[in-house]
Design a protein around this ligand. Structure first.
Ligand code: C5P
Length: 291
């Protein structure tokens, strides 16, 4: 029976800009995205049951149609016209949930990538991204991987020059942030600052790491309700611990810090872990490593 194991990498937003609200209720975004080595492991095993069985080992995650990984499998078979032979999907979760790192979307993308390898190896990656669009706004990027510009709802993807190697510290405070809630906050406060996305793209092209670090920016930080102020506390702690730049990723609340000195990054993980259990060391993942 066919079987495959796929790494579902977490993502960071090097920039996140919100351009406008759309008539369909979504927002047009402009984001520079980056894959990092923190990952879930998604195992797909063909069975002959003609149905999907999903295990995640997490009580609070749905194991049915409510799970994006399940939706992705259904979307794959619907789009290809193939009959579902029966699948057992097992997700070994390492990426924190509701954390701004696209954990659920990445699991869904890993299912799509795995099913393509098993059943449609000639399918262009762009087609797989289109299948992911209906599953969630971040799914196409999680299929694409590496360093990329994501526009529109997040589904219009352009490959960018790879982010220079550096080390990442990820730290999630012990509360979730609701993405729709945070998009709602954008309407009550006017966004006064926006990231220099064009400048960021140029700095990636010229491998200008100081320029990249200066341009890391997420507009969600500017509308973050006061109850989530711990995010800013973690940012300053990271900077005190030698980060060259620190920022919230996605709709948060995870903060990432970037380091060129591996020892300093490891030391920061060790220090932050005393207060925040969900602290991780990671590295950049390029599209070539994104298998
Ligand atoms: O597409 P997805 O289900 O991941 O989006 C979750 C929620 O985030 C949406 O219901 C919407 O409230 C918000 N969203 C948005 N604009 C986007 C992406 C997400 O408003 N481009």
């Amino acid at each position: 029976m066919a079987e495959i194991s796929v790494k579902a990498y977490a993502k960071l937003n090097l920039t996140l800009d919100i351009l406008r609200q759309r008539p369909d209720g979504y927002h047009d975004l402009c984001m520079v995205m980056q894959s990092v080595s923190l990952h879930d492991r998604v195992q797909i095993r063909q069975t002959d049951s003609k149905s999907i069985v999903l295990h995640s080992g997490m009580e609070y995650l749905p194991c049915d149609q409510g799970n994006l990984a399940w939706k992705a499998a259904e979307a794959f078979f619907a789009a290809t016209g193939m009959e579902n032979p029966g699948l057992e999907i097992t997700i070994d979760k390492k990426i924190p949930v509701c954390a701004g790192m696209a954990g659920g979307s990445s699991d869904a993308a890993a299912v799509l990538r795995g099913l393509r390898k098993l059943y449609a190896p000639d399918m262009p990656i762009e087609t797989l991204c289109r299948i992911g669009e209906a599953v969630g706004s971040d799914v196409p990027y999680c299929v694409f991987g590496g360093t990329a510009l994501a526009e529109g709802r997040g589904e219009q993807l352009t490959r960018l020059s790879p982010m220079p190697r550096c080390y990442v510290v990820l730290c999630k405070p012990p509360f979730p942030v609701s993405t729709p809630e945070l998009f709602g906050c954008v309407h009550s406060k006017k966004l006064l600052c926006h990231p220099d996305t064009k400048g960021m793209i140029t700095c990636l092209e010229t491998k200008d790491l100081p320029g990249i670090l200066r341009r890391i920016y997420n507009v969600f930080e500017d509308v973050l309700p006061e109850k989530y102020n711990e995010v800013f506390r973690i940012k300053s702690r990271m900077l005190d611990l030698g980060a060259l730049s620190a920022c919230m990723t996605g709709s948060g609340p995870t903060v990432f810090g970037l380091y060129t000195d591996r020892k300093k990054a490891e030391q920061a993980v060790w220090e932050l872990k005393k207060e925040y259990e969900q602290t991780f060391f990671a590295e950049m993942i390029s599209v070539e490593e994104y298998v």
